[in-house]
Design a protein. Structure first.
Length: 192
């Protein structure tokens, strides 16, 4: 329970926790616009009060609070006791992706707007990034929950998937970011 409220990690980790996914998702939308597509309506940004309301809603009801106790708080620790961080993340990412399969059949979900293969790549990349955050914050489940919330919130702030090429750019930026993190921090522990 303590790790679910543990905020005793270096405050520099709040920068990637709160800004990495908005930069990736917003960056993909920017690439779409620079490529000539029309800017979709940014309805969330037209009312800034929706961002903190969306954050609280997503944190408690959109998956992070419920999922992270299991994914990072339970499964990742056990996987990393046997395998290196990269392999643990890859295995957990596949399981995490399969967990989301029912959402592909529910209209209006992010998954229903994404091909299954693309989502699986994104969630596996996400699992690696989550391990990176989790390991560098001393196993803080709170850090993972906040990171998860920002990932989900980013899709509501930046409607990247409502564009033709947004999903492709999102995929490219996620793969690039995950590759850089893995190279810089190393696949063994994802901690420098």
């Amino acid at each position: 329970m303590k790790r679910g409220v543990d905020h005793n990690f270096s405050k520099k980790w709040y920068i990637p926790i709160f800004f990495l996914f908005p930069i990736i998702t917003g960056g993909a939308l920017l690439l779409v616009i620079l490529g000539g597509e029309a800017l979709p309506e940014l309805s969330v940004l037209s009312n800034p009060l929706l961002v903190p309301i969306g954050f609280v809603y997503i944190f408690f009801l959109g998956g992070p609070f419920q999922e992270e106790w299991g994914w990072r708080g339970y499964a990742l620790d056990r996987l990393q006791a046997r395998y290196n961080s990269l392999l643990s993340s890859l295995m957990l990412g596949v399981i995490w992706g399969v967990w989301h399969l029912p959402l592909f059949f529910i209209s209006g979900t992010i998954q229903s707007q994404t091909p299954i293969w693309g989502f699986m790549i994104l969630i596996i990349c996400g699992a690696i990034l989550f391990t990176w955050i989790y390991n560098n914050t001393g196993g803080s489940i709170l850090a993972a929950m906040l990171f998860h919330t920002m990932n989900n919130l980013s899709f509501f702030i930046f409607p990247t998937l409502e564009t033709k090429l947004g999903g492709l750019y999102l995929l490219i930026l996620n793969i690039a970011t995950t590759s850089i993190v893995t190279i810089v921090f190393g696949p063994k522990t994802l901690v420098r």
